[in-house]
Each structure stands twice: as C-alpha cells, then as structure tokens.
Design a protein around this ligand. Structure first.
Ligand code: FE2
Length: 350
C-alpha cells in the first residue's frame, strides 16, 4: 500500500475537481518521467477516472536537462500528438517539459488546453499543499491580497533577518496570481503565489535572503545579504554561500543577471521550506525575489521582456509588508484588513 494512500487520493480529487474542473468525458493526460513519483501519477489518473474523464499517463525517460535542453531526448512528435488532443495536461515530470519545443508546439496547436505544472510533486507535498488546503477559500484570499497590493502605489517589505526594501508598483504591469484557477490555453502552477514586477528603478534597500536561494545555493546555512540600488544588486555579503552566489552571477558575464526581476508573495498554508523551489516560494508569509531574466508576461510594457542568461529566486521568510503606509503583513502573519485576516484565520494560518 502506498503511504498516505487515502489522503493522496483526496488531494488528487481536489486537483481534478476543484483546481482543474475536469468534466465527464474529458481527456486528461498526465506526463511523467522515470524520476517522477509513481503513486502521484497513478492517483491523479485514478481521480480523473473517478470523475468520469478518460485519463492517460505518459512515461518517458528522464532527460538530462529541462525545457529546451531536453528537446533531443524527448519523443517530441508523439508527445505533441497526444497532448494536442487532450483537454487537460498535468505535468509531474522531474525534468520539466515546460518551455520545451514539445510544450511550445502543444500550446500552439491546442488552444483550449488546461495545463498545470506540478514539477517534482510527491505525495507528502501534494497532501500538504493541495489535499489539506481549502482551495476555494485560498482563491478568495489570494484574489483579495492581490487587489489590495495592486491598488497601492508604494510598498515596503521588511523581515526579522534584516530585509528592508521599498519600491513603487508599475500601473501597467499585471499581477500574476496563481490562485488555483487553470484557464484555457495558458499555463498554471501550484496555487499559493502572487508575482509582480514593480518599477525596477524604484527598488532600493537591503535584502537578506534567509530561506533558500535557488540556483545556485538551495537551502541556506547562513543568510545572504544583498544591497539593492535602483533595482540592481550592487553588493553581496555573507559567508561561503554568498561567495558561491557572487561567483555564479559573475560567471554569466551578463549585467542583466544583477537586475531584480520580480517579487512574489508566498501564500500556501501547507507549504514548508523543503529545498524544492516550487514549495519554498509558497511558504506562507514569505516574499521571494527573482533576479535575472524577466519574462514578457511580467513586463508587458517592455517588448520581449528583459533577457538575461539565467534567473534565480531568493526567499525572505516572515515578511512584514506595508501598502501605502498601511501594514497588511507582520512577520508573516496577516494583520489588515479585517476581511483578509478572517480568511487567513479560516485557512489555519493565524
Ligand atoms: Fe522567479
């Protein structure tokens, strides 16, 4: 028997019914590689079958890279053929297909596909971040916190570890709210994250990354302190891992690698700091900063985005956040307004 088999099936049902809204007769494809968790793949397919859908699970060898680096190792035409003719695609590959040529061709030919990326999902994480979360309530919370934050002009973020940053929101840049709704024809991620790119030149202060810094460090043994001027990293301080990070950035010989790319709120009540970036960036009350490449979706006012050789994400735990001088988060806990506090309480985070 699979460990936590009952709970895992319950989590898979939440994914199939509440997040993906799978209907009777729909074709649901699960893609996995030989490093993926077999219980997760089979249980998702079982929940789809129980919903009256037609599930199909496709296993491929684990490529040696992700995205386009996996291209030459994938049975591209066959994958595109299957995925172009399904209603729902759930990706649990360890070495992800997202942004591969297979992915691009599938999205181009299947305009109505509902795709969710659950890279590296395992039973424990799925039970905590989906199964035990009231997805509809979380969606309400995420919509409201997005509305409050995006309607503000000036934001300040501090953490007990020493982060103290301020910036202005950009009126033309969309907040990307991963709220557990999977629209047709686009890609969606695990619920519990909101990302946006502020006016880059207005970001100033100190960032102390104390969760994970991925790549290149992963879990941090000691904090990495960055000095930020006009949206750029100008100083890196700390111990061995700060040095590792400094060398990693330097190795690209690319000025845009020092550019801040986005801030994100982590708001999944079940997420824990696990070293898996998908989960780490959803730890409740954390803020995450992306550094490096900025995709066009975050900066629609800059055609093509801001290209850089790579991108990394650093987690700042237990954040306090002020929107136009009003404090909404205090060391990771929601404190204002009342409606948001109420939802946070119902989600078990207060
Ligand atoms: Fe990022």
């Amino acid at each position: 028997m699979v460990q936590y088999e009952f709970e895992l099936f319950h989590a898979a049902q939440r994914l199939i019914n509440e997040i993906l809204g799978v209907q009777e007769g729909e074709i649901v494809c699960v893609t996995a590689d030989t490093s993926s968790n077999q219980a997760v793949a089979n249980t998702i397919a079982a929940a789809a079958f129980a919903a009256g859908a037609k599930p199909m699970t496709i296993w491929t060898p684990t490529p040696l890279g992700v995205g386009k680096a996996a291209d030459s190792m994938l049975p591209e035409d066959s994958l595109v053929g299957a995925l172009s003719n399904c209603d729902v695609w759930i990706e649990i590959n360890q070495q992800w297909l997202l942004y591969s040529t297979t992915f691009d061709k599938t999205m181009a030919s299947n305009k109505d596909i509902r795709y969710i990326n659950l890279v590296g999902m395992n039973p424990d994480m799925m039970i905590r971040t989906i199964g035990r979360v009231d997805i509809l309530l979380l969606r309400e919370f995420l919509d409201l916190v997005t509305e409050i934050t995006s309607s503000g002009k000036h934001i300040r973020v501090t953490t007990p570890a020493g982060t103290d940053l301020e910036f202005e929101n950009h009126p033309d840049r969309e907040f990307i709210n991963h709220s557990g709704i999977v629209p047709k024809g686009t890609y969606e991620m695990l619920p519990g994250q909101v990302s946006w790119t502020p006016k880059l030149e207005t970001i100033n202060g100190t960032m102390v990354i104390d969760g994970t810094l991925t790549p290149p460090c992963g879990h941090l043994e000691e904090p990495v302190k960055l000095t930020i001027e006009k949206g750029r990293v100008v100083k890196i301080e700390g111990g061995m891992q700060a040095e590792q990070f400094r060398k990693w950035l330097e190795s690209f010989d690319d000025e845009n690698m020092y550019q801040l790319a986005h801030i994100s709120y982590g708001f999944n009540p079940g997420a824990r700091l696990s070293g898996d970036i998908v989960e780490d960036e959803r730890v409740w009350g954390a803020t995450e900063w992306g550094i490096g490449n900025i995709g066009p979706r975050l900066v629609p006012d800059i055609p093509g985005g801001v290209p850089a050789a790579s991108h990394c994400d650093g987690i700042n735990l237990n954040s306090s956040v002020w929107v136009d001088g009003k404090q909404i988060l205090d060391r990771g806990k929601v404190v204002y307004p009342e409606k948001l506090v109420e939802l946070a309480k119902k989600l078990g985070t207060l």
